[in-house]
Design a protein around this ligand. Structure first.
Ligand SMILES: Cc1cc2nc3c(=O)[nH]c(=O)nc-3n(C[C@H](O)[C@H](O)[C@H](O)COP(=O)(O)OP(=O)(O)OC[C@H]3O[C@@H](n4cnc5c(N)ncnc54)[C@H](O)[C@@H]3O)c2cc1C
Length: 485
């Protein structure tokens, strides 16, 4: 480990300006000391962005489920005899599955208040867990409904099942919807998904819109809705609201922004043999409202790249002249960035993410970055007010990218950077800090009073969280960005 504190200061220009640092057209190694501003370079939002905290969102979701359950309980349907109870259980599970579908789509609508408040990675985890629950509810609903139909009609199981499915177009469509949901559930299972390209899985996931659409009509045919304009209007409004949010935030806003900002690649810079920084320019960049720590989904309109939009964090504070990302080559998309040419059009969807200054609860902050997880932390290191310390971990020296900038920021704001590497055979840093509670406590005096921002590979973040717990940092003060949802 080496510690950088107050080295020579920068020359006053912005960190990593593309004019000064990028070699236009191709990624070329270059290692000049980057200039860093004496004061934060990011453009603050004009007004504070609204946020919906997890402590508000989850109770609201469960309250909605309780209302649905109570509505079903108090509904007009008969519960006489076994068939009546089976039908009632079928309706309850069906209504809950229908409600959950709307919630799941709403969570992934990329509503800014949700995204900033809850965080895109946590939303994705909720969505995955909720997806499994919804599929289970829908399957149980079908079983109960079929059993009730068989019990009432007195037909055999096969005949009764077919009779129900073919009862009318709405139920036939819903059955097709359930089949599609099941197929999406199967490809989302970890073991299957791992064998699949991310984009294949992602585009297959869009089929869920069709599945939900197919299932919608039959939801309104049950006794809880028929003849009751209040419940029918409520249900329609729920789905219409979610559809409007999806259309607005996932489709219209990105198009509107692309036309407004007209982003283009300005240059590419090689930071290490496997890491590049891409500089993007455009119009009215200050109006993007991107905060340090946030990310965009980047679609580069270059041959072979336009069909995928990958998430990368800003690695320099957004400013009116450029946006910058710093990316490690791990697969097709990230590898192709090194070949981007200046002028390539860019669609950036965002900003997203909750790893921002708003998470901070006190004036002292520790940033722990592993490998390319330094990207969002680099912007926070420059811009967070208060006392900030950075611990930057990598396996080898050459993986400690953006080091000149970090040293210059440390100098400009009087902050401390601790570099630590695993491989001590060829290092200029020369030290390694084990990720244990004791070593972190020794390194950072008063650690338990810090907010900790954490970003890096899964194993490293898991070890860091464990160490921080041992060091007495409450988990509510550990703010994590995962790169793997
Ligand atoms: C919020 C967030 C911020 C990130 N910021 C950075 C960053 O600043 N620098 C950096 O180097 N990496 C970052 N990543 C990781 C980066 O997105 C992936 O490494 C990259 O998308 C891999 O794509 P690929 O085609 O090169 O590799 P692949 O081999 O296709 O993918 C490798 C893995 O990356 C993930 N991935 C791929 N495509 C996507 C996608 N469109 N959306 C979500 N996950 C995907 C999947 O888990 C996949 O298994 C970030 C990830 C997230 C979720």
């Amino acid at each position: 480990m080496t510690t950088a504190r107050n080295p020579r200061s920068g020359d006053g220009d912005r960190a990593g300006s593309p004019r000064r640092r990028s070699r236009v057209g191709a990624a070329t190694p270059r290692r000049s000391r980057p200039p860093v501003p004496a004061r934060p370079a990011w453009v603050p939002l004009r007004r504070p962005a609204p946020q919906a905290s997890p402590a508000l969102v989850l109770p609201l979701v469960f309250a909605g489920a309780a209302v649905v359950t109570l509505g079903c309980w108090a509904g007009p349907a008969s519960t006489t005899g076994v068939a009546g109870w089976l039908a009632w259980a079928g309706r309850l599970t069906g209504l809950l599955a229908g409600y959950a579908c709307a919630v799941l789509l709403g969570l992934m609508a990329r509503v800014p208040a949700l995204d900033r408040g809850v965080g895109a990675d946590r939303l994705a985890r909720w969505h995955a867990a909720g997806g499994r629950l919804t599929l289970g509810l829908a399957a149980v609903h079908m079983l109960f409904a079929t059993a009730a139909h068989v019990a009432r009609s007195g037909a055999g199981v096969l005949e009764g099942t077919l009779g129900l499915i073919l009862h009318g177009p709405a139920i036939l469509a819903a059955t097709a919807g359930l089949a599609i949901l099941t197929a999406v559930g199967v490809v989302s299972a970890r073991a299957v998904r791992r064998r699949m390209r991310y984009e294949t899985w992602h585009y297959l996931h869009f089929l869920t819109y069709g599945a939900v659409y197919l299932a919608f009509a039959h939801q309104l045919t049950g006794p809880d809705f028929s003849g009751d304009p209040v419940t029918t209007t409520f249900w329609q409004a729920l789905y219409a609201g979610v559809a409007a949010a999806l259309a607005w935030y996932r489709f219209l806003t990105p198009v509107r922004r692309a036309l407004r900002h007209r982003l283009r690649v300005a240059g590419v810079r090689l930071e290490s043999p496997t890491v590049v920084s891409v500089y993007v320019t455009g119009r009215r960049l200050d109006e993007l409202g991107a905060e340090p720590g946030q990310f965009f989904r980047w679609r580069f309109l270059a041959p072979g790249m336009w069909w995928s939009a990958n998430p990368y964090s800003l690695s320099a504070p957004a400013n009116p002249r450029f946006l910058r990302i710093t990316v490690k080559a791990v697969g097709d998309h990230s590898r192709a960035l090194a070949r981007l040419r200046p002028g390539v059009r860019v669609w950036a969807e965002g900003p997203y993410g909750a790893l921002t200054a708003a998470r901070r609860r006190g004036p002292r902050v520790l940033l722990i970055g592993g490998g390319v997880g330094i990207s969002p932390l680099r912007t926070l290191f420059e811009t967070l007010p208060g006392e900030v310390t950075l611990v930057y971990m990598a396996r080898r020296d050459e993986e400690l990218v953006l080091r000149d900038e970090l040293d210059a920021i440390a100098a400009a704001r009087g902050a401390t950077v601790h570099y630590t590497v695993d491989d001590l055979t060829a290092t200029t840093t020369g030290h390694t800090v084990p990720l244990t509670g004791r070593s972190l406590r020794t390194l950072i005096p008063g650690l338990a009073d810090h907010d900790v921002y954490l970003c890096g590979p899964e194993g490293m973040t898991a070890a860091a969280r464990h160490a921080l717990r041992r060091a007495g940092v409450p988990s509510r003060r550990v703010h994590l960005e995962r790169f793997d949802f």
